[in-house]
Structures are given as structure tokens and as C-alpha cells.
Design a binder for this molecule. Structure first.
Ligand SMILES: Cc1ncc(COP(=O)(O)O)c(C=O)c1O
Length: 506
């Protein structure tokens, strides 16, 4: 079943868009600047003046505006619609956050300004830290990590510093097999050997296997709770006690805090270290590769090793501690330029203050309710991976597609044609053909019902044997199915002029 072809390649009013370099016309320019005045001393650049053209494409102003507008129209984002990407907490980013972040007192400050001129900004960083410590029940927080994965690395570096300080360098980190890939990657980047803990039949950590692996050479356990199957690790207190009895530290991946925020304080569960993805739980935008923000909360034993800089409140107002000393002799040092992702702190504080403690608790309750609504409505159509209710995300596997010739990938592509961003596919790895759906609390029942109707209709089509329909999907997108293997093996990362491309091909 082929998609409708048009002579122009445009589809409806969705226009095909060439690369900006392909629209280049020599000498064309959107602005008309006067020649710079001649310098009285002649060549003041000492012979370094550019000799050739700069290599920028020549476009008129309307061409530039249309180019970027058309590109933005091809982009799908949370402002456009439902985004049930499991593990990513794609919640709506309130406009209030954006408005506050753009106030000149926040948006126009420079990180090198003297502290006396940015007292309000420093107070905001301190307020953000105070909220995060209160919500997690932890005594300290390192604000500077730039994303969840960066927070993991910093947390593990803090643990390593604490162990080395007591002359007890250890070599292993235990990570459940269902963990997000960044967990083992961060541990390996930090120089640890990663040992994978098996899951039990209920999708949780196999307690007996875990205890057996917990030797005196284990530096830390990295556990996600709720875990990546959307399930609460019920044995968490026993797990924490075992970790501490073995002289190790308990790292918790806080990417799934949206299920617990305002209801459970991770510090009360015996956690030593946890990164918080502000771009998930605290509604700041996810950027492509940044700017996220991943502050790390720390227990008492880890606090002295926290990275710098940090903001402190003294009798003369707020100041920034930049260097070891000043009461921070054991710090592991700087891990990020300046003070962290300040714009994200502003948005997170706006979010926390506008919701308040009761509102934040309701976030967790509604996020869990929405996921369970999806699970309950789809459990007889799809195949839930585990029994019982879930936390903030519902996990299904591809059992319901058995013998249909339709894969999880085909199903996801067909969802795009129905106007829904697909759920997370093939993660976590502990179930076959995973489909992980995280609706978040910001979606209405009407949206969820529309989604459920579409998923049920697609499942019925798959079970009825309409395999070709799925293999052809997506049919309504600007691009059809791409050769993902070729794209990964032979990535084209940079535009080159046609002449260079021809030379390279020879
Ligand atoms: C469970 C889990 N841990 C860690 C991360 C890493 O966070 P970030 O993408 O902010 O680096 C993610 C991201 O999706 C995640 O889902």
C-alpha cells in the first residue's frame, strides 16, 4: 500500500524542505550592510584578514524564516501531543516556567558577574537545592550535573572518593539487568567492573542472587525505583540494609521519581545518592542532548565529597564556594562549567512553588493513576509483562503479536500514522519486544481514551493478519521507514558541497 505521491513531494501543506546549503545562491544575503570603514593604519589585522568567502549559504530573510519554520513543523514535541515514551517522563512543560525563566533578572545574568550583583539568582539556586533536599529527605545536594547520566557519573565519583578516603577502594558496582544503559555505562566510565543482578519472576531484583553477589569488593549498588519495568522494588529496605552492612553505598537512579515525588522520601529508604532529572520530574524541557539537569542528592557520609561550586548563605548574603578549602577540603572538584544549568533551576523552582507540597504529591498520584488506567484498559488486548498494578509506567511485551508477523517496531510505526508518538520500544531488555508506556500526570482521560482506542484497533488489525499494513507503516509521514542499519553504519554527519561528495565517491 503506497503513500500518495505528489509531483512536488509536498504533502498537503506540509512542505518538503531542502537543506539550507542546498538553497544557497552566491551573493544573496538577507541584510545589506555597509562596507566597513577603512582603518587609518591600513591592515590592522596583521595579515590575518580573511581572503575567501566565509562558506555560509546565501539566503534572503523570508527564505531563512520559512526554512526554520518548516523544520520546526516537522518536529514532534510535547506541545504537539501525547508522548508516552516510557522512562522519559515526557510531561507538559508549563508556560509559567518559561515566562519566569525569561525574566531579565534570570535570563540576562552572566555566570561571571560578581556575587553581589546576582544575589537573587544565587538565592534561587539555594531555594532549588532546599526543595530537592526536602522532597528527597537528603541532607546535601550537588546542583551542577548537566543530565541524569552526568549525575550518575558524579554520584559514583563521590562514592569512589568516600571509599578511597577511608582507604577502602573497591572494584565492583552491582546493577540490575533491567537498568537503563546509562547505569552500567557510568559505572564503567568511573572505572568499576559492572556485575549484572538477575531479575526474579515478578520483575524485581532477585534478592537471594543479589545478596550472594554483595562481597566486600562491592563499592555500590545502583538500583532504579520504581524500576524500569514500572514496578516498585518492595524489598528496598532489606536491600539498603544489606548494602550498608557490606560497607557499600546505595545509589538510586532517580529518573523515575515522578512516581514517588511528595509521597516517599528516598532518604527514608536508606539511599545514599540519587540523581534527579529536573527535565523529567520537575517539568523542565528535555533538550536534544541538553540542556537537561541532573542534581545529585547525597547522604551525610557522601556530602563532604560533593563537587564544587556550591552556593552558601552567610551573614553577608549568598556566595559561591569555588575552590577546595573554605570548609570543603574533600570535594572532588569541578565537574561542569559555572554553576550548573541555571535556566533549568529557575523552571524547576517555578514548578515546585506553583504546585506546592500537596500539588507535588498529586503529581505522583495522578502519574500512577494514569499508568494504571492504561494498564487496566489494555491488559486484555496487549500482553502485560508482569502481574498486578504498576507505578507510573505500564510495561507490555510482544506476546500478543505472536505468529502475526508483526513486530514491536512495526506496531510502533503504525502508531505514528494514527497520530501518536510511539511508546518506548525494546526497553527494558528483560522482556521480549518491550513496549513501555508512560502517560505522566499531565494527560487527560480523553487523550488516554483516544490512545487506547487506537492501540486496540491496531492490535485487532495485527491479530486479523493484516501484516502488510504494518510492514508499510508509517505511510503518512514526510519520510517512510529508513534503513536504520545503514544509517548507523554509514552516518552522514556533515553536509559537503556536491564537488566534494563526487570526489569522495570516486
Ligand atoms: C532510568 C533512567 N536512568 C537514567 C537516565 C539518564 O538520564 P539523562 O537522559 O538525563 O542523561 C534515563 C533517561 O532516560 C532513564 O530513563
Amino acid at each position: 500500500m503506497d503513500a500518495v505521491q505528489t509531483t512536488t513531494g509536498h504533502r498537503g501543506l506540509c512542505l518538503e524542505e531542502p537543506l539550507i546549503f542546498e538553497q544557497d545562491a552566491a551573493g544573496r544575503c538577507g541584510v545589506d550592510l555597509p562596507e566597513p570603514p577603512a582603518h587609518p593604519d591600513g591592515d590592522r589585522l596583521g595579515g590575518l584578514r580573511r581572503q575567501g568567502p566565509i562558506g555560509l549559504p546565501g539566503l534572503s530573510e523570508p527564505q531563512v524564516v520559512r526554512h526554520y519554520l518548516r523544520l520546526s513543523q516537522k518536529n514532534y514535541g510535547i506541545d504537539a501531543g501525547f508522548y508516552p515514551l516510557g522512562s522519559c517522563t515526557m510531561k507538559y512543560n508549563p508556560r509559567l516556567n518559561e515566562k519566569v525563566a525569561r525574566l531579565p533578572g534570570f535570563g540576562a545574568v552572566h555566570p561571571l558577574q560578581p556575587a553581589a550583583t546576582v544575589q537573587g539568582a544565587l538565592e534561587l539556586i539555594d531555594a532549588c537545592a532546599t526543595w530537592l533536599k526536602a522532597l528527597t529527605g537528603m541532607p546535601a545536594v550537588a546542583m551542577t550535573p548537566a543530565a541524569g547520566a552526568h549525575g550518575e557519573l558524579v554520584g559514583l565519583m563521590t562514592i569512589r572518593a568516600a571509599l578511597e578516603a577511608r582507604g577502602d577502594a573497591r572494584k565492583h558496582v552491582l546493577v540490575p539487568e533491567s537498568a537503563h544503559g546509562t547505569n552500567p555505562a557510568s559505572a564503567a566510565a568511573c572505572g568499576y567492573t559492572v556485575d549484572s543482578i538477575p531479575a526474579n519472576a515478578r520483575g524485581r531484583v532477585d534478592l537471594a542472587a543479589f545478596k550472594e553477589m554483595l562481597t566486600g569488593d562491592v563499592a555500590a549498588l545502583m538500583l532504579t525505583n520504581p524500576n524500569t519495568c514500572g514496578l516498585f522494588e518492595n524489598d528496598i529496605i532489606e536491600i539498603a540494609e544489606a548494602v550498608h552492612a557490606a560497607g557499600a553505598f546505595f545509589y538510586c537512579d532517580g529518573a523515575n521519581l515522578n512516581a514517588l515525588v511528595g509521597r516517599v522520601r528516598p532518604g527514608d529508604l536508606g539511599i545514599d545518592c540519587m540523581h534527579l532529572n529536573l527535565h523529567k520530574t520537575f517539568s523542565t524541557p528535555h533538550g536534544g542532548g541538553g540542556p537537561g539537569s541532573g542534581p545529585v542528592v547525597l547522604s551525610e557520609p557522601l556530602a563532604p565529597f560533593a563537587p564544587l561550586p556550591c552556593v552558601v548563605h552567610g551573614k553577608d548574603g549568598f556566595r559561591v564556594v569555588e575552590h577546595a578549602g573554605d570548609g570543603r577540603e574533600q570535594t572532588l572538584g569541578r565537574i561542569k562549567a559555572f554553576h550548573g544549568q541555571f535556566g533549568m533551576f529557575v523552571r524547576a523552582v517555578a514548578y515546585m512553588m506553583s504546585l506546592g507540597a500537596d500539588g507535588l504529591r498529586q503529581v505522583a498520584e495522578d502519574a500512577v493513576l494514569n499508568a494504571n488506567y492504561l494498564l487496566a484498559c489494555l491488559k486484555d488486548t496487549l500482553s502485560p509483562s508482569f502481574e498486578g498494578p504498576c507505578m507510573h509506567e505500564a510495561l507490555f511485551d510482544d506476546h500478543f503479536l505472536k505468529d502475526t508477523g508483526v513486530s514491536t517496531l512495526d506496531f510502533a510505526k503504525a502508531m505514528i500514522d494514527e497520530g501518536f508518538h510511539p511508546m518506548t520500544m525494546y526497553f527494558p531488555l528483560v522482556v521480549h519486544g518491550a513496549m513501555l508506556m508512560e502517560p505522566t500526570e499531565t494527560e487527560s482521560k480523553a487523550t488516554l481514551d483516544q490512545f487506547i482506542t487506537a492501540v486496540k484497533a491496531l492490535a485487532a488489525k495485527a491479530k486479523a493478519g493484516d501484516t502488510e499494513f504494518f510492514h508499510q507503516a508509517p505511510r503518512l509521514t514526510p519520510r517512510r521507514r529508513l534503513d536504520e542499519t545503514a544509517a548507523a553504519r554509514h552516518p552522514v554527519l556533515r553536509w559537503k558541497p556536491a564537488t566534494e561528495r563526487a570526489e569522495a565517491a570516486e
